[in-house]
Design a protein around this ligand. Structure first.
Ligand code: GLY
Length: 334
């Protein structure tokens, strides 16, 4: 098992690592019907001495809505959850984002634990304290920064994950390597086969490195005033693609395409052709899409969170492993 101090655990069959972080008597597991029964059963056993509520939310990105938040509030109030209760998010990024948001506003904030079950949530969404729901005009426009007291990454959950979802998660791994760690990027290039067949030792090593890099960035800039913006590499266009596709396109797939778009801009600012080719080859090696869709995504750029008064902060690459922030004037977006 890997442990990233003080709160992130990565391993196999490790759900019980959450127990020291559950102080009160009331526990609410927020999850979805599609989550493997076995994991839920393990939690039922772990929390057998607690008052346990299991609340199911709908599947898909559209569940990140005010309606789901209201539903969760109704459930929390009906169960008389007090300030010592613990909300556990068992699921992918959708569950983590919306349950985290609910935990952050219920009674002005209650204990929150992340148990991500998809690769994308394990390497990115569950780490760093971003919670969110969507607005009709854009993804993640409403949310809070609210840190989980622990993040339990049990890679056994990946066994039943659909290959399309698993591959989508790899986009966030490529992203962090691109902006932060050229050696990790080279390691990924050398392990494409074993990663794709989910060889557990390789997968654990990959998740550990991705999470370690992300945790370092979040520690330095929790509220995204500077360095954390690097984690948005490919995301400005990705969010627009997802919104335009009515969330038919998976987040990771959109991130892959968004990174390709950002590479073109990075090349204009001096990124080498060789680096661009390596990144595109790795994305394709993992089976991720690299052609931008023609779904009118451009018009959704206007609502991106990365807008500032002076323009839009875009993340580009100065080199492999070297992300940089570039302020793009708003006029050039139209
Ligand atoms: N997913 C990007 C971040 O957590 O900052």
């Amino acid at each position: 098992m890997y442990k990233i101090e003080p709160l992130i655990y990565i391993g196999q069959n490790i759900l019980e690592q959450c127990l020291p972080y559950v102080q009160g008597r009331q526990v609410c597991v927020v999850t979805q019907k599609e989550i493997p029964d076995l994991m839920l059963q393990k939690l039922k056993n772990l929390f057998s001495s607690k008052t346990l509520n299991i609340v199911y939310i709908p599947e898909g990105e559209t569940a990140k809505s005010w309606a789901t938040v209201e539903y969760l509030m109704d459930q929390f109030v009906a169960a008389k959850f007090n300030r010592e209760c613990t909300v556990v998010a068992l699921g992918g990024g959708v569950v983590g984002d919306v349950a985290g948001f609910a935990a952050s506003i219920y009674l002005r904030g209650v204990n929150f634990i992340q148990m991500p079950t998809t690769l994308l949530a394990q390497v990115d969404a569950s780490v760093g304290g971003k919670t969110a729901i969507n607005h009709a005009q854009g993804k993640n426009l409403i949310g809070t920064f609210y840190q989980a007291t622990s993040v339990i990454i049990d890679i056994d959950s990946l066994q039943t994950l659909a290959q399309r979802d698993y591959i989508a998660g790899l986009a966030e791994v490529v992203k962090i390597a691109c902006v932060r760690d050229a050696d990790f990027f080279a390691w990924l290039e050398q392990h494409v086969e074993t990663i794709l067949v989910r060889e557990s030792g390789t997968v654990m090593q990959m998740i550990h490195q991705a999470v370690k890099l992300k945790a370092q960035i979040v520690k330095a800039d929790e509220k995204e005033q500077g360095e954390r913006m690097l984690l948005n590499f490919g995301h400005t266009v990705a969010h627009a693609i997802e919104t335009a596709s009515a969330y038919d396109c998976l987040h990771g797939e959109a991130v892959a395409m968004g990174m390709v778009q950002a590479l073109a801009l990075s090349q204009e600012h001096g990124l080498s052709v060789q680096a661009v080719q390596r990144i595109i080859a790795l994305l394709q090696g993992f089976g991720l899409p690299t052609q931008l869709p023609e779904n009118g995504w451009q018009k959704h750029m206007a609502h991106d969170k990365k807008h500032r008064d002076s323009g839009l902060n875009r993340v580009l690459l100065a080199g492999l492993g070297q992300g940089m922030i570039h302020l793009e004037a708003l006029a050039s977006e139209e």
